[in-house]
Design a protein. Structure first.
Length: 375
């Protein structure tokens, strides 16, 4: 087999579990022609191994520096950089695809350049670095930008906001965060099954989201929205399918507001498609987002969506979404009820086609990176 038919790719993601970056990597990488490409995954820390079987099936390995725990930022950066360099010295890769949330992603491109990796892609997946330790995060972010940004052979971003956040005024390529539309297509039987499991009648309004239960996703705000819906006489329930440090705080707030019986936190799941089918309205009041891949997943399932005005605007016209400020939970409650009523006029089975026609299908994800990997 010639070298051109065996190009090796190493993907980087700081965390590894059931998040948007992981979904993007799995979608793009597993769609590559295995006779031409092979790949491995490197992560600083992990919190779920649900993708490991799929990786093994295509002959890919996953390397985790800290398994099952997440040490402080300084330790993560120093040890992860050292282990990354060791792996690059031991293995030969033709491409590194660094999927990052901040400027420290450039460090991995710099280390790859020192080991002679010819193609070094740095891919921005966020538009901010979140809450907690903001001063330290800002220092690391700026340091990475200033010291090593020139070592990326290509700059990629999932949205204009994500690109400007990481690359400033330097040019970058927009790469869509596509989804497996077959997986997320609406299924009425699954909808009935999941709602029965949750004890939610078919006539009740079920809203919520899929993703980590963290500050960025604003889960306590979702509980406030639920209270306003219930107070206005709507038979509503909230589901937040995911895991995270704010699970207990979310349940405690629901209890304070007297809506705990209507709040469902099933935990992390590798079958997110089941919950999209069960939902009536996908609500995402994020404080910030690089893109919002779960919104595309929800749209593929035909969900109507109420989204934070902090989520980047999509590059296609869609009737399924409405945007609101995250300052007013009452306005969100009204928007969710309005979108719920409006959704009765369309077929949820149209969601899959809408997403594919907009260029967010699996084939589009592979096609966008293929030319970069072959450079």
């Amino acid at each position: 087999m010639s070298k051109a038919a065996d190009r090796r790719i190493l993907y980087y993601s700081e965390g590894w579990g059931l998040g948007g970056i992981e979904s993007y990597i799995m979608l793009a990488a597993t769609g590559l022609d295995r006779s031409e490409f092979s790949f491995d995954v490197f992560c600083t820390h992990d919190w779920d191994d649900s993708h490991d079987q799929a990786l093994e099936e295509v002959g890919a390995r996953r390397f985790a520096v800290f398994e099952g725990h997440r040490p402080n930022l300084v330790k993560r950066t120093l040890v992860s950089g050292w282990r990354w360099r060791q792996l690059l010295r031991r293995e030969h890769y033709d491409v590194v695809h660094v999927n990052t949330m901040n400027g420290m992603g450039f460090m991995y491109a710099w280390l790859a350049a020192r080991q002679g990796v010819p193609v070094r892609l740095v891919h921005s997946h966020n538009s901010g670095f979140g809450v907690g330790h903001r001063v330290l995060k800002s220092i690391f972010h700026r340091a990475g930008q200033r010291l090593w940004s020139s070592y990326a052979t290509d700059r990629l971003a999932c949205s204009r906001e994500a690109g400007e956040y990481l690359f400033g005024d330097r040019p970058f390529r927009f790469v869509r965060n596509s989804v497996d539309t077959e997986r997320f297509a609406f299924d009425a039987a699954v909808r009935a099954e999941v709602r029965a499991e949750l004890g939610i009648t078919d006539g009740a309004l079920l809203f919520g989201s899929v993703g980590r239960i963290v500050e960025q996703k604003n889960p306590l705000f979702q509980v406030e929205v639920l209270r306003h819906l219930v107070d206005s006489g709507v038979d509503a329930a909230l589901i937040l399918a995911g895991a995270g440090p704010l699970e207990k705080a979310t349940l405690a707030r629901a209890k304070e507001l007297g809506v705990s019986a209507r709040v469902h936190l099933p935990g992390g799941t590798k079958h997110a498609e089941r919950y999209y089918c069960a939902l009536d309205v996908f609500s995402m009041p994020s404080v910030f987002e690089g893109f919002g891949i779960t919104v595309i997943e929800a749209m593929a399932s035909g969900c109507s969506c109420v989204l934070s005005d902090q989520i980047p605007v999509f590059d296609f016209d869609v009737y399924l979404e409405r945007r609101e400020s995250i300052k007013d939970p009452q306005a969100w409650a009204e928007a969710i009820e309005s979108m719920y009523r409006a959704s009765r006029s369309w077929s949820r089975n149209d969601g899959k086609e809408l997403v594919e026609e907009s260029g967010y299908g699996r084939a589009d994800a592979v096609a966008q990176v293929l030319s970069l990997y072959q450079a």
